[in-house]
Design a protein around this ligand. Structure first.
Ligand SMILES: [Zn+2]
Length: 480
């Protein structure tokens, strides 16, 4: 009887966690009211103009997009600076020439020198507390209409500018940069940072960059500056269903991609970088059209960007660069992000180590007092303890993936074997299954569907299945 109950509990926790876990990284359906909101209507209208055709740097079409953006900003009351820069085929380097899909070589041979134009607009307030910089590149690649990359961000930033221009509670100066030639090797922002002193006399306290690597899913905070505890916590306070994984910079570095944010990160600026990563089969392709862009993704993206922009425009932004604590974080349903300082994650790893090793030692020395604990279980305890300590020391930002399930498992094991509290142990088992799935399922989904890294995804899924199997098996004999 107990075993049937155990199976039902196991399956229920598993199914709920899988559905909710995948739901974390997929957008909601857009409600009719959302479609009627004026801001969202503006975003869709702007996107229709920007992403009507490919608009790569130095193209005729991009000139039209630029003129449109300037006109829109002027109508909102912003003065726009056109920051011109020149680049040659040499500046484009290998990255450009390697681009097989475009007729890039033709462009190089016909133009010995090309020019780009960053668009800069400022929102100035009397006695500002700090300065915030919001970046999105407005060039597409030659082979894409660029609805998601980067029309979605451009249209959202434009609407944020409209929102901010109507507010009276802004505390910081805000600089908006629509950068050019990002797709050719971040040329626009490289020029921008070289001339940053001419653009602003104040130091920039916070940099926010918005980009895309697919036309589906939700915007992820996939990269931040170091010592990010206060910054991520502040964003989490205001965000609608925030999604971020503290280990994602490690994955991003492996992908060897760059966005405009990389330039600012290298220079030690404080900031956050957002992008979508699902739907990358349309990334840099002619199918990156408005029609193919998931409306839910567009809605979530513009909402995230506008909420974030407004929230930080009215906050004290200078404090984030003085922060000294790194954060470990992951998303959970209904709550948003669970965020902890890195030392808490390390302490959890250390606790898991101490607890599992002491339990193992106790089993070895007093094996007669707990006969049900087999040798295999003792070995598993030692292994999980060592593993928890190792990940806490080597990759603290990813350590929660090991330490959290191990700690929950140990507490459950303690209740079951040492204290004989079956009901309490069963509750801990369900929590353990649910939480382990909630932290693994969205990652497996993103890795397989978003990054197409099937081997990594399979290893993670296998790890999850193995762990769930072990946890449940350790309960099995007690449940007869
Ligand atoms: Zn992009």
């Amino acid at each position: 009887m107990k075993r049937i109950f155990l199976i039902i509990c196991f399956l229920a926790a598993l199914i709920v966690a899988i559905i909710q876990g995948i739901g974390l990284v997929l957008p909601d359906k857009v409600s009719v009211e959302s479609f009627r909101e004026n801001g969202f209507k503006n975003v869709m209208r702007t996107l229709g103009v920007i992403a009507a055709e490919p608009h790569p740097a130095a193209s005729k079409r991009q000139e039209l997009v630029r003129a449109y953006l300037i006109k829109e900003m002027n109508e909102m009351g912003y003065k726009v600076t056109e920051q011109k820069f020149h680049y040659t085929a040499n500046d484009l380097g290998l990255k450009f020439v390697r681009d097989e899909q475009g007729n890039v070589e033709d462009e190089i041979s016909t133009h010995s020198e090309l020019s780009g134009t960053n668009l800069i607009a400022k929102l100035k307030v009397p006695s500002p507390k700090g300065t915030m910089l919001i970046i999105s590149h407005y060039d597409s690649v030659r082979t894409a209409q660029g609805a998601s990359d980067n029309g979605m961000a451009i249209a959202s930033v434009l609407q944020l500018m409209r929102d901010l221009s109507q507010r009276t509670d802004i505390k910081n100066n805000v600089i908006f940069l629509f950068s050019d030639a990002e797709e050719l090797g971040l040329l626009g922002v490289r020029h921008f940072v070289k001339n940053i002193d001419e653009i602003t006399s104040q130091s920039i306290d916070l940099v926010l960059n918005f980009d895309a690597r697919g036309n589906n899913g939700v915007p992820l905070l996939f990269e931040t500056s170091e010592k990010n505890f206060a910054l991520v916590s502040e964003w989490n306070r205001s965000a609608y269903k925030p999604v971020a994984f503290s280990f994602s910079p490690i994955v991003y570095q492996m992908l060897k991609n760059d966005t405009d944010f990389s330039v600012f990160l290298d220079m030690g600026f404080t900031g956050m970088n957002f992008a979508t990563i699902l739907g990358d089969e349309h990334y840099h392709r002619m199918s990156d059209t408005v029609e193919n862009l998931n409306p839910g993704t567009l809605w979530r993206y513009q909402r995230t960007l506008r909420d974030l922009g407004i929230h930080f425009a009215i906050k004290e932004v200078t404090r984030f660069s003085r922060e000294s604590v790194d954060a470990v974080y992951f998303p959970v349903p209904y709550i948003g992000l669970i965020i902890m300082p890195a030392f808490v994650a390390f302490s959890a790893g250390f606790l898991a180590f101490v607890l599992s090793i002491s339990l193992a030692v106790k089993n070895i020395w007093f094996s007669h007092s707990s006969e049900s604990v087999s040798k295999i279980q003792t070995i598993l305890r030692i292994f999980s303890g060592l593993l928890s300590l190792a990940v806490a020391l080597i990759v603290p930002t990813a350590s929660y993936l090991i330490t959290l399930p191990v700690l929950l498992f140990l507490f459950m094991d303690l209740m079951l074997r040492e204290f004989n509290r079956f009901s309490l142990a069963l509750i801990l088992l369900i929590i353990c299954i649910y939480i382990t799935c909630i932290i693994y399922v969205p990652i497996v989904y993103l890795v397989v569907v978003g990054l197409h890294a099937n081997i990594v995804g399979s290893v993670l899924a296998l790890l999850l299945i193995l762990f769930l199997g072990l946890v449940t098996a350790s309960f099995w004999n007690r449940a007869d």
